[in-house]
Design a protein around this ligand. Sequence first.
Ligand code: 5AD
Ligand code: SF4
Length: 449
Amino acid sequence: MNVYDSDRMADVLRPLGYALAATPEQADLVVLNTCHIREHASEKVYSELGRMRDLKVERRAEGGDLTIAVAGCVAQAEGKEISRRQPAVDIVVGPQAYHRLPQLLAEAERKAAILKAGKRLPGAGVLDTEFPVESKFDHLPAPLGVRAGSAFLSIQEGCDKFCTFCVVPYTRGAEYSRPAARVLAEARQLVDAGAIEITLLGQNVNAYHGEAEDGSTWSLARLIRALAEIEGVARIRYTTSHPRDMDDDLIAVHGEVRQLMPYLHLPVQSGSDRILAAMNRQHGRDLFLGLVDRLRTARPDLALSSDFIVGFPGESDADFDDTMRLVEQVGFASAFSFKYSRRPGTPGAAMGEQVPEAVKSARLSALQALLGRQARAFNESKAGLIVPVLFAEPGRKPGQLIGKTPWLQSVFAEGDARLIGRIAETRLVEGHANSLAGEIVTGTYEAAA
Ligand code: 5AD
Ligand code: SF4
């Protein structure tokens, strides 16, 4: 989502004459797009801001200037506190207000000119962390951010679930679905700009319920079916889903829509019913396991991925065992796992029985070891197959390309750089912990064209 938002901020600023700079040293404006999901993610913002301040001081000594903006969920959550902790910041803009960046910049420029006359260092301190009534999507220009054939498309934002560990409902606001026609129009623009893979985005993407032109409401399943009709869309993915919103139709789509890739990221967080209830997840262990069965019936080769939190307040050894057993039972192709991080303002932060750091660390290591073994086994199980790989970027070695299998595994293969942004049949030779080695079968640029 932040990659998408960053691209859109670049789109908003382009008409003002801005273009992407390779490094902050070359930039007139630096936008830090921030994440507030866990503590260490937001801490990084302040250390990075310290560096930007030094750059600003240098720039001013040379008679120039640097405008510093903080965007994203840290901006939303901390607001004015950011300019107080780092006075060199000019603009603080939340994730629902960044379409107003041009106005904010103009305001910051005015203020900076006044401050500069007084030769003071502080930034202009312009703040916009509103959740405007008008959707930012109605004010953003056509997207230009297609990278190597792959594009993100934000269809839903915000969340009404209020899991007790999570800041998203506070920083991204209430759940909102973009109208279906807008989504399809943006998808067509992305295809025209070179996209062959579209990843639909939302904090709670399968809760999508977009208004259609005939006044009806479209589900995610319906939207995916319509997207698959667009000529040129070879691959469709969506992320991130909630188990509670995984309905029958969406499960069926996994078996029916050829372009929908056989990969699903479905966060479960814990395998213990007691902890799931304390997390206010609105689903238990059995609901999740039942979904896994039904999904695999619809699409037998579906690769499953998930998120896990260890050390949520009150998590006992037995609760953690339940998580380990769930992982063993399901068998994940990949996963993200985290130590519980206390987020101010969330119910979890105020709960008693916070789990000691050492216990969290031990549990995380055990869980990651198991998930790591499963990921390797999954990669190894694909060795020998010939599959379509979408090549995305050059590898580190000369002549090497990196691409993605339908199951979202990384593949390294020798190939012509002109294959970047294209799909080529590739023999998977060997599976490793985090990737596969492959050999391109439709080896020439012409064959793939
Ligand atoms: N502590 C640790 N992990 C968290 N996540 C969200 N909030 C927290 C938190 N307070 C994790 C969840 C979520 C993923 C995006 O980040 O696993 O699915
Ligand atoms: Fe956060 Fe996801 Fe729970 Fe919403 S459903 S509160 S985004 S973890």
